[in-house]
Design a protein around this ligand. Sequence first.
Ligand code: COA
Length: 279
Amino acid sequence: MVMLGASIDERPVGLAVLHSATAAKAAFLESIFVDPAFRRRGVGRALLEAAESMTLAAGIPKLVGSWYHDTPAAAAIERLLAGKGWGEPTPTATVYRGGRSALEQTVRKNRPWRPRPGFEIDIWSTLSPDERRQVDELGATHAIGMGLHPAGEWMLAVSEETSVVLRHHGEVAGWMLNHIVGAGLHRYSMLWIRSDLVGRGLGVSIVIESVRRHYALVDQLPRLFFHVEVHNDPMHRLIERRLGVFERYSSLLRSERSLVAGTAPSTRNVKDDRRGSGD
Ligand SMILES: CC(C)(COP(=O)(O)OP(=O)(O)OC[C@H]1O[C@@H](n2cnc3c(N)ncnc32)[C@H](O)[C@@H]1OP(=O)(O)O)[C@@H](O)C(=O)NCCC(=O)NCCS
């Protein structure tokens, strides 16, 4: 991770955060921010150019960024990126947000987990050291995307009391992993079930169990959110049918720029044409 700082007359005025894995195909612009008192002076553009040059110098051919369609800075970010030849923003995920009432409705709508022979659901803090090693090994032996395996979140610790593990004949076979992102803000992050167990309603069961555990701690963790990929219709339907009503949702947009000569996407005329499912 690289932090790029900008200053004017030795006063810090902006920051960009760049992240990439070794030998990655793309680096991520995690954040870009300019002090409001110093905006529209080219600082954002300079930070972006520095991030692009550093990415290219590291031998990484692409830079990717994402932001919420309804963030107050969305229009500025889109114009800034478009002006530097980034691609058309595309929605990648719907963001659901909620709080106590959505949790309470979910708990009321669904019965608690009734154990089935061979299966067990428990909270993450019950994992033994051996089982934690099993989880690591599952990452190597099963096709679990980095976004669904605990190793994929390397900055935040797992919320041990609200995340749940599914055991099948004593083996770890699935999980609903959550993270505490900020003060009182809980993210439902990673739902994974071993492929041979998919289609038996176990995924829903572990989500509901996790909500139940979270609801018990709602005073400490009153706000929650989660992302669902835009085209994951079964999951959107499941949320509508089985979970509570979420107060607000927005769309996560993504854009990228190829930094290899001759392949950069063309710039576009930017209008306020953001589409999304916001409120
Ligand atoms: C987006 C942001 C980084 C731009 O920084 P900046 O220093 O003002 O940008 P620049 O002066 O380099 O502007 C470059 C171009 O971006 C576009 N732009 C910047 N701010 C804009 C705005 N408010 N409205 C429309 N376009 C804007 C323009 O095309 C501008 O070029 P121009 O001035 O020649 O017209 C800044 O507005 C910001 O920090 N916003 C908050 C971002 C945020 O919330 N980040 C945290 C999550 S990632």
